[in-house]
Design a protein around this ligand. Structure first.
Ligand code: R5P
Length: 293
């Protein structure tokens, strides 16, 4: 077995190879003069079984094409079983046709991924479980929850989990149950045109509590900024965040650093693009390795 990496997250692929005690396959990744993706599998002997690691992070479209090209090249060099590790599935936010005339983007992305034959796909904390139905290939949707539970252990009487929106209710509730702490639910609205987030309601008082907001994704940071402000205004003692995917949109980490949020804990499903005293990154390679042995 060999691990191959696209250019999106080479350190994660290396961590995974190290944990599995298998070699990294040699693949050259570059661009043609006209910016098209160019890949070249230089490994002299491609194994029957290979793992291809590629997150669909920015530049998403390039990483998607690069992934497909690597898989195609591996097949042509003799790979018979390809497991795709796509820790962050780009375009997941457009998992519905929100307004007539919009595409069902993530379904299109699933079909594009499957233009190359894959035996298995491994991903982490899908934005919406309905996305599983858009794939023909078996998909394992791993949860980063055990990492967060380990990290946030040592709870006190004042710890409470907060679900920042309806989509986060199930994950946050399970998280709170496992930590044996209460959970509060926020009713959030997002304007589809401006993207502006507003808070409509909160299920229980949070005054005096140390809160942990559990979410899957940070894009503009709008959700966390609004929710943190709102919770602090309601008397919360502190606000920390546990979010699986941080997309590192330019300028967002700075805004989060200047906010009321005390700490942001994310994972390396997307390669970290910035450093911050408030940001802690947990490694998911162990979770992925466990699912592969
Ligand atoms: C919403 O459904 C998600 O769980 C996240 O809360 C949201 O996608 C985060 O996006 P942003 O950082 O742009 O508010």
């Amino acid at each position: 077995m060999q691990v191959y990496s696209g250019s999106a997250n080479v350190p994660l692929a290396q961590n995974l190879a190290r944990r599995l005690i298998v070699p990294m396959g040699v693949v050259e990744r570059s661009r043609f003069a006209n910016d098209e993706a160019r890949v070249w599998v230089k490994e002299p002997k491609v194994d029957r079984e290979v793992i291809v690691v590629q997150s669909l992070s920015q530049p998403t479209d390039h990483h998607l094409i690069e992934f497909c090209l690597i898989c195609d090249a591996l097949r042509r060099r003799g790979a018979k079983e390809i497991t795709a590790v796509i820790p962050w599935l780009g375009y997941s936010k457009q998992d519905k046709v929100f307004r007539a005339g919009e595409p069902l983007s993530v379904k299109v992305i699933a079909s594009m991924i499957e233009t190359v034959k894959l035996e298995r796909i491994i991903t982490i904390d899908l934005h919406n479980l309905a996305i599983l139905g858009f794939f023909e290939t078996p998909v394992d949707n791993l949860s980063a929850k055990p990492l967060f539970i380990d990290y946030f252990n040592g709870v006190s009487q004042t710890t409470m989990v907060v679900a920042p929106d309806a989509g986060a209710v199930k994950a946050s509730t399970q998280f709170a149950q496992q930590m044996e702490v209460p959970v509060a639910y926020i009713d959030k609205k997002r304007d589809l045109v401006s993207g502006q987030v507003s808070i409509v309601g909160l299920s229980r008082p949070v005054k005096g509590f140390d809160l942990i907001i559990v979410d899957d994704l940070i894009v503009t940071g709008g959700t966390l900024l609004e929710v943190a402000d709102y919770l602090m205004a309601k008397g919360a003692k502190s606000v920390r965040v546990g979010a699986t995917h941080h997309t590192y949109v330019k300028g967002v980490q700075g805004k989060l650093d200047r906010s009321m949020i005390d700490q942001m804990v994310v994972t390396n499903t997307i390669q970290a693009q910035t450093k911050s005293k408030k940001l802690k990154v947990l490694d998911v390679s162990g979770l992925i390795a466990e699912s592969l042995v």
